[in-house]
Write a protein that binds this ligand. Structure first.
Ligand code: ADP
Ligand code: MG
Length: 272
């Protein structure tokens, strides 16, 4: 793997789509692993109480007593204490989620600066210390306070879209929410990247959806499309990213390509 441009400031990206099962977690961990393999420092923040991103990154988030994103959001535990290195790659880190995060959605309601807890926790000095170039935030499938925290902490939104029926269902609502956050809480927030996933080349529909998404979102859509592949769905069961599980597979190659494209596109857009 060749090296990729390093952003001057860490790029903070929220992986969002309130529809479940569209490939948010899969894309967050595999893009992260792809960029890490190319030499970039990447931190995945697991904001979903299910903890699937933590699992895929080989982190035991059920171990009692570990510091997690919950403590960062609600107990002012610093990033330095909640961050863990993934066994997948020395450049890859995770702030795991634990099941108590399910309660955070409610508990946050009565907390001071409830929308900015994650932003305030992302201490630039700690990010620099760990050599983090990219922060990818894996959102739960809802538009509640956890997702709002992700949108306030990030500058960019990455939306994974499935090449299937009803792909764009809910995307309009997501875009309106992004506009609301932009208007009231974070003027820098914008959709920078769309990733087409679960593409099945045998169906005409997949091409139609891909074409429709490209006509809506233009060059925000990455050229690389992630194919539907059983291997991709098997990897997390082994606590691995697809890049570790089967590095030569189409799924791994496509996530590596998408990771390279993401980093190069960002470098171009940010004038690096
Ligand atoms: P979300 O985080 O949006 O809920 P996930 O990333 O968890 O979505 O994906 C939903 C399901 O689809 C998971 O079981 C996952 O393993 C599977 N999956 C994701 N991407 C692919 C793919 N490219 N090919 C096959 N299965 C996939
Ligand atoms: Mg998920």
């Amino acid at each position: 793997a060749g090296s990729l441009p390093r952003p001057a400031q860490p790029r903070i990206m929220t992986v969002a789509n309130q529809k479940g099962g569209v490939g948010k977690t899969t894309s967050a961990v595999n893009l992260a692993a792809g960029m890490a393999l190319h030499g970039l420092g990447v931190l995945v923040i697991d904001l979903d109480p299910q903890g699937n991103a933590s699992t895929a990154l080989g982190i035991d988030h059920r171990k009692p007593g570990i510091a997690s994103v919950y403590e960062m959001l609600l107990d002012d535990v610093p990033l330095r204490e909640a961050i863990q290195r993934s066994p997948a790659n020395e450049n890859l880190y995770c702030v795991p989620s634990t099941l108590d995060l399910a309660g955070a959605e409610i508990e946050l309601v009565s907390v001071v600066a409830r929308e900015s807890r994650l932003r305030n926790a992302l201490d630039p000095e700690a990010l620099a210390e760990f050599g983090i170039d990219y922060v990818l935030i894996d959102c739960p499938p809802s538009l509640g306070l956890l997702t709002v925290n992700a949108m306030v902490a990030a500058k960019e939104v990455l939306i994974p879209i499935q090449c299937e029926y009803y792909a764009l269902e809910g995307v309009g609502q997501l875009l309106r929410n992004i506009e609301l956050v932009q208007a009231h809480l974070n003027k820098d927030l914008h959709v920078s990247t769309i990733l087409l996933t679960m593409y099945d080349g045998r169906t005409k529909l997949a091409d139609q959806v891909a074409a429709e998404v490209r006509s809506h979102f233009g060059d925000k859509v990455l050229q690389t499309i992630i194919p539907r592949s059983v291997k991709v769905s098997e990897a997390p069961g082994y606590g691995m990213t697809i890049i570790e599980y089967d590095p030569g597979s189409r799924g791994a190659m496509s996530y590596l390509d998408a990771a390279r494209e993401l980093a190069q596109k960002g470098a171009k857009e940010n004038g690096l």
